[in-house]
Design a protein around this ligand. Structure first.
Ligand code: SAM
Length: 226
């Protein structure tokens, strides 16, 4: 049974615990800090009311403006790939609902998140602030070029699919920092982890196929396609 959208918080807590146990730990997410963070973030508060009862299903959900909140497993794996310890400054491209930003805020010292659609960015900020996420800075605009004013970052996560590895983002990484980004490769998107080497170069891990809405902007796709 799914909880009604106005069900008591403890019913959602129960669904969230099951999500962590079955969808995340049960499918190989092993970073205990990531699991604990996702056990805390109230995902049901970040989806539209009509989808609240399905908030802990292992699937993306619509959040308006033709955009989606990513599936919990994908959020977990992208977060795990950043290898956060707690002291880091992290940049997220594509605030959307604010869920990934909240997970990052549980795990890093400072989170910068940028969204090109102002209505989504504002809604996420309004929802997260009363939940006590004081270490998130919200930006509006084209995040495909990063957020250079606050660079460099220990980690960058892009929650939209890019046509190629965005060079401007790699430049904003600290040595040993990771950029996690879905990149179109032929007919599919493939999740990439790019790590900045201490000599200024970088190396790339191609991971597995994924499906994200397009990254729109200077280092992304031209507007009009979404
Ligand atoms: N991280 C989000 C969450 O936790 O709900 C999910 C994000 S959704 C899959 C992708 C988001 O990226 C959309 O909200 C979209 O508007 C945004 N986006 C696409 N291109 C962008 C760009 N160049 N800069 C910032 N945001 C962008």
């Amino acid at each position: 049974m799914w909880p009604a959208f106005d069900a008591p918080e403890q019913q959602f807590d129960e669904h969230r615990r099951r999500m962590v146990r079955e969808q995340l730990r049960g499918h190989g997410i092993a970073d205990e800090r990531v699991l604990a963070a996702m056990a805390r973030v109230p995902r049901h508060r970040l989806v539209p009311d009509e989808w609240r009862s399905r908030a802990y299903d292992n699937r993306p959900l619509p959040i308006g403006e033709n955009q989606t909140i990513s599936q919990p497993y994908m959020v977990a794996i992208m977060t795990q790939l950043l290898r956060l310890q707690g002291h880091e400054r992290v940049l997220e491209i594509g605030t959307g609902s604010g869920y990934q930003a909240a997970v990052l805020a549980e795990l890093a010292a400072e989170v910068f998140t940028i969204e090109r659609l102002p209505e989504l960015g504002q809604r996420a900020a309004q929802t997260l602030s009363p939940l006590g996420y004081g270490n998130i800075r919200f930006g509006a605009g084209d995040g495909s070029v990063g957020w250079p004013e606050h660079a460099p970052y220990h980690g960058i996560v892009v929650t939209a699919g890019a046509p190629a590895i965005p060079a401007r983002l790699v430049e904003q990484l600290l040595p040993h920092g990771h950029l996690v980004v879905p990149v179109t490769d032929g007919r599919f998107q493939v999740l990439h982890q790019i790590t900045r080497d201490p000599d200024g170069g970088f190396h790339t891990n191609r991971l597995f196929p994924c499906a994200f809405v397009p990254l729109i902007g200077e280092q992304g796709y031209p507007p009009g396609g979404n």
